[in-house]
Design a protein. Structure first.
Lengths: 113, 113
DNA sequence: ACCAGTACTTTGTGTTACTATATAGTGGTA
DNA sequence: TACCACTATATAGTAACACAAAGTACTGGT
């Protein structure tokens, strides 16, 4: 799927929060997981701007660990504020998602007229 | 639901396209329909920036008609390019929506461990 | 010495929803 | 008359976000 950039606004941050919530992970790995999920055009830079934002907003705990596969990794875990933010994200997503389904159902009803 | 601004990026334009596709309508009415749908914080200015964009991208046909309820109204209908754009929007939405559901299901599986 | 893969970072850009404000027509009412 | 609420369109500026592009740095293989 190409050019879904605008649709990803807001949700990509939620995805990153969700991925971190599953267990300690780092930027490069998060990027790979997003790509594996299907958001195949997501690049490191995008994820790093998000993780930086999470840091600034103090939603994550950070731990730097050495790696045998390259430079040291910055591992993230969600703190309490991070979990709160994630919960709120899913609530917002459910709301928007529901409304969009309503709109689409009206569409189908309309087309049977 | 409050502060879903970022989540609305990209989808609000799709909503406007969908609403116009149901039949000739104008900015003020589109705003009311969006508010009625549940996006209660959407204001006229937001919708007008979207309709202006649709005009510039030549996705709509425009007809100005007098109104007894106030100033003349600018009625919009989708042209072929508009219908194409709308179809593509729903495809993108379906894609993103599916991926988000996948992510959320993994979440639930994870929490039963 | 070179390159691919891993890993993090920064700067700048384009798109979008939103804020605030202005303009204007109609109808009601004090 | 003056004022206000509702209808209706428009625009200039802002903030937030994903993304592009480039750079730095560490490891291992050829």
């Amino acid at each position: 799927m190409e050019n879904i950039t605008e649709l990803l606004k807001g949700i990509l941050e939620g995805c990153v929060l969700e991925i971190i919530s599953r267990g300690e992970t780092y930027g490069y790995e998060i990027t790979q997981q997003l790509r594996q999920l299907g958001f195949s055009d997501v690049v490191e830079g995008t994820v790093y701007t998000i993780t930086m934002r999470l840091e600034k907003q103090q939603l994550v705990h950070i731990e730097k660990k050495a790696s045998t596969m390259g430079p040291p990794r910055k591992f993230y875990t969600l703190n309490e504020a991070g979990h709160d933010r994630l919960r709120i994200f899913w609530e917002k997503w459910a709301f928007v998602s529901d409304k969009m389904q309503e709109l689409q159902q009206l569409k189908q009803e309309g087309s049977t007229r």
